[in-house]
Write a protein that binds this ligand. Structure first.
Ligand code: GLU
Length: 493
């Protein structure tokens, strides 16, 4: 029987949650969910100079916003806590001391200047091994203890077995990856100040937390052989590694600030929905079947698998993300669209008071008009605006005015439109009745349908691009429409 899956996402709170980090989190989450496993969130905050609580808070809130619920981690705890590395320093020290007592690690008293000189000498000799020359490895343990007691600054280094040979990992994404033994030096596990290095803290935690699969960015692939050595020294089981490729900008370079927004919250603030961002990021380097693009989170949570992660770098395409966002908006249920997009966006645009006294069915009609045309949340308010505001507030688009109301003959169009529309009683003010009434005018005037409709459109909505006229007019209401037409007639030519 294979042991239950335990995976972790381990961000360093040195910045916001980036697109790349979010994708790593999504893969870990989806893998845990698809295997009935445990998703752990761990905060890698061993670098006090660069880690901040504010960043941790922002990362947690971005995770929550994306719906990446963790089973163990900050704020909820768990059997393997604490889940912040800053609170685990004793565990790293204990593990390191154990390795020293087992002679699998040793104190190194070399000064930075000595180390630099050695490195230069190895380079000058063109020594194939350019790592630490292991000069402290042979120090007698009793002597080392005395020097430590005397307060001599030292690091702790791991003893790479000299007969270890090459380190080969079977990466779930990259396949077999081999690292030459000569590239492995006795790396530092504890610094002079008693803090652990990344490679050591990560392994101690992953081992103690029972991590079965390490899914992370392939910028960490080069750290992996050292981590394997640390697992072996600790006598812990080496997990399965899955290193996911980088995300590139459209110019083929690693995605960074210069490509625009890179943090999850920037996308949230720009109106990208969490489901859309999740779906889009999941597909940056993974596919369900090579063609499906809309993959709801439940499907991701049941169908995700490591063997469909691509080795090749993925390109971040903001246009595709925008397309996917519009698709998620279009597929929302009407009631969710109303409560999560339409009403909040109308309020955000300062038009909340225009909703007072509106019936539920009116709001439903408005939603049916606005939803299919909404590409980004804020466009919902832009589409609804001319319908919501009072006639006096209606502004006219300059170009539209020049092409319609200011053209000679526009009043000759508006007059019969006013006649046919005012003939519809309030009780019969429906989309069909309005359309049928306006439809009689082109023939009456022997004009093109388009020319008549453009004039009416600008009179009612202020612009030439608007949702279908009958539906908009029905929502504006009879008296509102007649008021607007009258107002337009006054300025028509
Ligand atoms: N804190 C590390 C990072 O953010 C974690 C790397 C890992 O997953 O081992 O890059």
């Amino acid at each position: 029987m294979t042991s239950p899956v335990r995976v972790r996402f381990a961000p360093s709170p040195t910045g916001r949650l980036h697109i790349g980090g979010a994708r790593t989190a999504i893969y870990n989450w989806a893998f845990a969910r698809s295997r009935g496993g445990t998703f752990i969130l761990r905060i890698d905050d061993t670098d006090p100079a660069r880690s901040t609580e504010e960043n941790t808070r922002v990362i947690l809130s971005a995770m929550r916003w994306l719906g990446l619920d963790w089973d163990e981690g900050p704020e909820i705890g768990g059997q393997a806590g604490p889940y912040s590395q800053a609170e685990r320093l004793d565990l790293y020290r204990e593990a390191a001391m154990r390795l020293v007592s087992q002679e699998r690690a040793y104190p190194c008293f070399c000064t930075p200047a000595q180390l630099a000189a050695e490195r230069d000498a190895a380079r000058a000799r063109r020594d194939p091994y350019q790592g630490y020359n292991r000069s402290c490895r042979g120090i007698d343990p009793d002597e080392a203890r005395d020097r430590i007691r005397a307060g001599e600054p030292h690091t702790l280094r791991i003893k790479v077995p000299l007969d270890r040979g090459d380190v080969v990992i079977e990466d779930a994404v990259h396949g077999s990856v081999s690292f030459a033994a000569k590239e492995l030096d006795d790396f530092v596990i504890m610094r002079t100040d008693g803090t652990p290095t990344y490679n050591f803290a990560t392994v101690v935690d992953d081992a103690l937390m029972g991590i079965t699969h390490v899914i992370r960015g392939d910028d960490h692939l080069s750290n992996t052989p050292r981590q394997v050595i640390a697992y072996e020294a600790l006598g812990a089981t080496v997990p399965v590694f899955a290193h996911i490729s980088m995300i590139l900008g459209e110019d083929g370079r690693k995605l960074s600030k210069r490509h625009g927004a890179t943090s999850v919250e920037e996308y949230r603030d720009a109106g990208i929905l969490p489901d859309a961002l999740m779906n889009y990021l999941a597909l940056l380097g993974w596919s369900l079947d090579g063609e499906t693009t809309i993959i709801p989170r439940e499907v991701l949570a049941s169908e995700f698998s490591l063997d469909r992660i691509s080795k090749n770098p993925a390109t971040f395409d903001p246009k595709k993300l925008a397309w996917m966002n519009a698709e998620y908006i279009r597929r929302m249920s009407e009631s969710r669209f109303i409560s999560e997009i339409l009403v909040p966006q109308i309020e955000r645009a300062g038009l909340g008071s225009c909703l007072i006294g509106r019936s539920e069915s009116w709001l439903g009609d408005l939603a049916r008009l606005v939803q299919p045309r909404t590409k980004m949340p804020e466009t919902a308010a832009q589409i609804a605006r001319p319908i919501l505001i009072g006639s006096k507030e209606l502004g006219y688009d300059e170009k539209a005015l020049a092409k319609t109301l200011e053209r000679p003959g526009s009043s000759a169009i508006l007059n019969p439109v006013i006649d046919v529309l005012s003939a519809i009683p309030e009780s019969a003010w429906t989309t069909e009745a309005i359309d049928a009434a306006i439809d009689t005018v082109p023939e009456l005037l022997d004009k093109k349908r388009r020319d008549v409709f453009q004039v009416v459109r600008v009179a009612l909505m202020g612009t030439m691009v608007s949702p279908p006229l009958g539906e908009a007019a029905q929502l504006i209401g009879r008296s509102g429409c007649l008021e607007r037409l009258e107002q337009a007639r006054v300025r028509s030519a």
